[in-house]
Design a protein around this ligand. Structure first.
Ligand SMILES: NC(=O)CC[C@H](N)C(=O)O
Length: 371
């Protein structure tokens, strides 16, 4: 059954497009970069992915909300079914929002957004939005649920590419997830890491210490880590200057290092590579990547607006590990002498297919064999 409140809802794109539909979720107005995902399920994970901070998410699947929202479940402080504590998107746009029908649904999608103060809009032509964003490239926008906007442009905020969202998504103080095994400590430099990534590593038997992403190199090294992981996070990697500088220093310790998504980008920049904004990014759970070392292809989860777009932009010390066969973007790197690997895609696959979860096992082996 469709849910549509009597409130109107609006989505405005900075090119002047204004679409009217139904408002749902929380009454309010919010601004952000308008991006779309073609994932057909996994909205609890996507909405709580901190990499979506500062963005209004348009889902192209026509019915959203059928299976509701589950109760949060955590093991050793790591969520099993959410990617962070709260909804991260600035707003949600769907064709039709439905009432849930599933045994483990605790509340509906619209109630969840209402509880967390996030506006939603339904009953708009999401294809029209996607077609504009694909033609013109990512743009800023404004979403309103239940509020008439005289002039939507008045609500536009600082541009997404110029905003550092990490203070909103990084933990303020270190968080320790005590491992079951005795394999030592992995320090995660956390600008907004998905719990799926923490779990992917925790399940290998390590204690995971997540530190604020502005921590100094000394504060990181004081944990005497066996390895360093730099996970995903929001915003433009080219403005994370402090983290890039720290990363450069951390690399000198020659510890096994894994970079995922934002981490892959920052590691690349810190080694002299170039990361560029893509026209409208990759946000989906069925993107192919090819492993150049084996010729095998994997179907993977992506959520990124920036990328290393050509081989020329790869740091000279690194080799291409994965690329996307559709547009040639670089989707992973490895160092041929040091234990450093990166993926632009999300091997934790939350949401998404488990094709590439072996990356965590591979990294665990690299850490163990490093002594
Ligand atoms: N998921 C991520 O870590 C995304 C990295 C970066 N914010 C981008 O959009 O490209």
């Amino acid at each position: 059954m469709t849910y549509c409140k009597s409130e109107p809802g609006y989505i405005y794109l900075e090119d002047g497009t204004l679409l009217e539909g139904c408002g749902f979720g929380s009454k309010g107005v919010s601004a952000g970069e308008v991006v779309f995902s073609t994932a057909m399920n996994g909205y609890p994970e996507s909405l709580t992915d901190p990499s979506y901070r500062g963005q209004i998410l348009v889902l192209t699947h026509p019915l959203v909300g059928n299976y509701g929202v589950p109760r949060k479940q955590a093991i050793e402080g790591i969520y099993e079914n959410f990617e962070s504590d709260s909804i991260q998107v600035e707003g949600l746009v769907v064709t039709e929002v439905t009432e849930p029908y599933k045994w483990n649904s605790e509340r509906s999608l619209h109630k969840w957004l209402e509880d967390e103060g996030v506006p939603g809009v339904s009953d708009v032509d999401t294809r029209a939005i996607v077609s504009r964003v694909r033609r013109k490239g990512s743009m800023m926008g404004v979403i309103s649920s239940g509020i008439n906007m005289e002039n939507p442009r008045d609500y536009l905020k600082q541009r997404y590419d110029e905003t550092d969202f990490s203070a909103l998504t990084s933990p303020k103080t270190p968080v320790v997830h005590k491992g079951k095994g005795d394999k030592g400590i992995i320090v995660m430099i956390d600008c907004g890491t998905k719990h799926g990534i923490i779990k992917g590593l925790y399940d290998q038997g390590f204690t995971i210490v997540r530190v604020p992403c502005w921590f100094s190199v000394k504060e990181v090294m004081d944990y005497n880590p066996k390895a360093i992981v730099f996970g995903n996070g929001p915003g433009n990697p080219n403005i994370y200057q402090k983290q890039v500088k720290n990363f450069r220093e951390i690399l000198e310790y020659k510890l096994p290092t894994l970079g995922i998504c934002l981490g892959h980008q920052l590691l690349s920049i810190s080694m002299g590579g170039k990361v560029t904004k893509m026209k409208f990014g990759h946000r989906a759970i069925n993107k192919a990547v090819v492993d150049v070392t084996t010729g095998e292809a994997y179907i993977t989860t992506h959520n990124h607006g920036y990328a290393i777009v050509s081989k020329e932009d790869v740091p000279s010390e690194m080799k291409v590990w994965f690329y996307n066969p559709d547009d040639g973007t670089i989707e992973g790197l490895y160092h041929d002498k040091l234990p450093i690997i990166t993926t632009q895609f999300h091997p934790e696959a939350r949401p998404g297919p488990w094709d590439a979860t072996w990356v965590f096992k591979k990294f665990a082996k690299m850490v163990e064999s490093n002594g």
